[in-house]
Design a binder for this molecule. Structure first.
Ligand SMILES: *Cc1c(COP(=O)(O)O)cnc(C)c1O
Length: 432
């Protein structure tokens, strides 16, 4: 469309060659876009059906205060989550302040001194290392006598079944499976792969709790881990299932007993799910969950678009544009720090919030090198909104994810590329 292209060039300073290259790449992935839209349609109807089944009504949007007894909205929200995830029970709360906290509560609620955790998929997400005690941290599970064992993935990123079998023994109480790649260079697992892994683990030890760290994975496929054998799935509401509208929160869904154990840990033994006022934000949770399949759709398209763009320019990307996706994260190996910085600054320039600030690498606590983060988000730290971050160290990987709408995601990626071009970091003839 001529008017659109003129607007993009004049308002956002996208050069003719960058725009033409991006439009060409966009056309080449139309059939994959259609598949992503079909997944979104299925998931949208799944959420709609759960809301209808539970007779969601505007009375549920009322605020509760204090103890929060008889919070009808909270109860219906948790039942909607449970239904969408095909789980027996759900705990969906603003008192779960992040994904890390939700995972902490799920672990601490279900483990007792002497129990052992097994990660059969390599080292877990950075913050979880402190929670478990892999990295020494005050109050970690290891201080409570809970031990940890790990089996790494094989060089081709598949599961090391013989080693997993050997690592499961009498003390093994819970297996934690991280679906997303996190900050590792490995593919995210598909729900089918998780299904196979859980079936194997249960065949070795029937009563072990299989928990999936579902962060970044919700609504990427038409089934969720709890539909294929996971006893618990846990995630953050400022990622996929919050739909960009939840201002805080986490969720735990799964078997009634295990969710209850987590609730006893979150509030108090004996109180569990019965308390916890929602202070008026239930409507944001519910509406966000309703929007989430569409928002994930936009994020998936944005990630695919970025992989296609940078693949075409000769960069290593993960996943590749043709790969099946298990999460919304796109990795781009940028080779030199200048590329990383320019790309992140471009993403920031394309944001609705703080577009005028220029992110720079800084020494963030807990990291062994400077980190750059681009995030012009409505909700602080929300990574379902278009964001990119990168530790400044070889091989200079950028982790890009989110996008509340495809059209914004597309502009963000184009701005990233344009900023690289403006700094003469792109060979112009490769844009042909
Ligand atoms: C983001 C993330 C977490 C932690 O969630 P926060 O909300 O940032 O605390 C845990 N695991 C994975 C795989 C994640 O992507």
């Amino acid at each position: 469309m001529e008017m659109l292209n003129t607007f993009i060039k004049e308002q956002f300073h996208i050069s003719e060659d960058v725009l033409e290259y991006c439009i060409k790449k966009e056309q080449e992935i139309q059939s994959q876009f259609k598949r992503i839209e079909e997944i979104a349609e299925y998931n949208q109807l799944k959420v709609l059906a759960a809301m209808q089944k539970n007779k969601l009504s505007d009375v549920h949007f009322a605020a509760t205060t204090g103890y929060g007894y008889n919070d009808l909205g909270r109860d219906v929200l948790e039942q909607i989550y449970a239904d969408v995830f095909h789980a027996e029970s759900g705990l969906v709360r603003p008192q779960l302040i992040s994904g890390t906290h939700a995972l902490t509560v799920a672990l601490a609620g279900n483990l007792r001194p002497g129990d052992e955790i097994l990660s059969p998929v390599g080292v877990p997400y950075d913050t979880l290392q402190g929670v478990i005690g892999i990295r020494k941290e005050r109050g970690s599970l290891s201080e409570y006598g809970i031990t940890y064992r790990q089996v790494d993935l094989l060089p081709d990123y598949s599961f090391d079944y013989p080693a997993i079998e050997k690592a499961i023994h009498a003390k093994t109480k819970l297996v934690t499976i991280q679906r997303s790649k996190g900050y590792a260079w490995r593919p995210a697992f598909t729900v089918d792969e998780i299904k196979e892994l859980i079936a194997f683990i249960k065949s070795v030890k029937k009563d072990v709790i299989c928990m999936v760290d579902n962060c970044y994975g919700e609504f990427v496929e038409i089934t969720e881990p709890t539909e294929v054998g996971a006893d618990l799935a846990v995630g953050s509401l400022i990622k996929n299932p919050g739909g960009g509208l939840a201002p805080i929160g986490g969720y735990i869904v799964g078997k009634e007993e295990y969710v209850e154990n987590a609730a006893y840990r979150l509030t108090s033994p004996g109180l569990g799910k019965e308390v916890g006022a929602t202070l008026g934000i239930t409507s944001s949770f519910i509406q966000g969950f309703f929007m989430a399949p569409q928002v994930v759709c936009g994020s998936m398209k944005t990630a695919l678009f970025a992989s296609k763009i940078f693949e075409g320019l000769g960069y290593a990307v993960l996943p590749k544009s043709q790969d099946k996706r298990g999460d919304i994260v796109q990795l781009i190996q940028m080779d030199i720090p200048e590329n990383v910085i320019a790309f992140c600054q471009g993403i920031q320039k394309g944001a609705p919030v703080d577009s005028y600030v220029t992110p720079e690498p800084w020494d963030m606590p807990g990291y062994d090198c400077p980190v750059i983060m681009a995030a012009g988000a409505f909700v602080q730290g929300s990574s379902i909104e278009l964001s990119a971050d990168a530790p400044i160290k070889p091989p200079y990987n950028v982790y890009m994810q989110g996008g509340l709408s495809w059209h914004h995601g597309k502009m963000g990626v184009m701005m990233g590329l344009q900023t690289m071009r403006d700094k003469n970091l792109i060979e112009i003839n490769k844009l042909k």
